[in-house]
Ligand binder design. Sequence first.
Ligand SMILES: NC(=O)C1=CN([C@@H]2O[C@H](COP(=O)(O)OP(=O)(O)OC[C@H]3O[C@@H](n4cnc5c(N)ncnc54)[C@H](O)[C@@H]3O)[C@@H](O)[C@H]2O)C=CC1
Ligand SMILES: O=C1[C@@H](O)[C@H](O)[C@@H](O)[C@H](O)[C@H]1O
Length: 334
Amino acid sequence: MLKVGVIGCGGMGRDHIDRLTNKIQGVEVVAVSDPVAENAKLGAAICNGKIYENAIELIEATEVEAIFVVSPGFAHKEPLLKAIELGKRVFCEKPLATTADDCLEIVKAEVASGKHLIQTGFMRRYDRGYRQVKAALESGEYGEPLMLHCTHRNPEVGENYTTPMAVHDTAIHEIDVLHWLTDDDYESVQVLMPRVTKYSHAQLNDPQIMLLRTKKGVCIDVEVFVNCKFGYDIQCEVVCEDGSIKMAEPAYPDVRKDAKLATTIDTDCFVRFKDAYDVEVQDWVDQAGNGVIAGPNAWDGYLAAVTADALVKAQETGNIEPVVTAVEMPEFYK
Ligand SMILES: NC(=O)C1=CN([C@@H]2O[C@H](COP(=O)(O)OP(=O)(O)OC[C@H]3O[C@@H](n4cnc5c(N)ncnc54)[C@H](O)[C@@H]3O)[C@@H](O)[C@H]2O)C=CC1
Ligand SMILES: O=C1[C@@H](O)[C@H](O)[C@@H](O)[C@H](O)[C@H]1O
């Protein structure tokens, strides 16, 4: 049994504690930590774990063998560096950290430790729909990808959600999954700002259209619309030389009533990606004994952050901005 400590017991933290406690095999949550005592209590109640007031104390606790970091992105770096120092395996929710510089510091610390310790929570790589699209692309039957049309729509966000968060918090998923899907790297990005919805607020330009160009010349458009009102709607179509592959929608029955034909659209990521989170976390646990990170690693977290920083710059300038890493991918990750 892998003994895990969870840092951050908010919405996603409690979702993961429940998953680790009630669904995933070979793991138990023995400790939790959250600066908001009420959240720590709610988290501990799910798993019967010990509450630590401080995240660092939790990481240092001898009974804690591995760590889940589910605090807000700005608070990820410190626990990650401590876990690396102590050689403890980590599952870190996205983003790895909020700036490329911080991510690089984490990458360098992991490389220096000589151990593969960190998985970044880009769960879409484990989603059945994206995996089907990747398998179709890899079959070669459709030729090379040329264009991708994607949407990332949330029903609504709070007043604390700002324009850059459309990148760091939301499009960060597309940034990771689309480069994995196309097996390509980003060259440049641009952001178009359409008319703002009446449901937005002063700190948020919503919707946004993010354009990414890969090194092989694939052009990607991602509509990020976080107050779309009608549901949680994730779409991805890859247009190739010999055909087009559109990701399957989650399957719900078609219902006929009152002269109308309807189906269900999910309303949040916890439902839309439930299976992906389960598969992702089981994989992280299963690989623990092998000392391997089979999913997205710290380098993937860094690459995503570099691209995110370029997109945030593009939001401000309106220009096409280059995506440039400060270092080449270390041998350690090849
Ligand atoms: N993969 C995915 O689809 C999703 C990932 N996330 C990620 O999960 C993480 C947490 O997000 P949510 O649970 O939605 O946020 P939240 O705001 O609901 O919860 C965050 C929790 O962390 C606690 N916290 C704040 N500072 C802390 C610190 N320094 N150390 C420990 N805990 C601290 C807060 O008190 C709160 O209980 C973020 O990194 C977010 O991006 C969130 C939702 C979906
Ligand atoms: O990661 C997530 C949230 O943090 C983010 O706020 C949402 O926009 C994303 O759809 C969700 O997957």
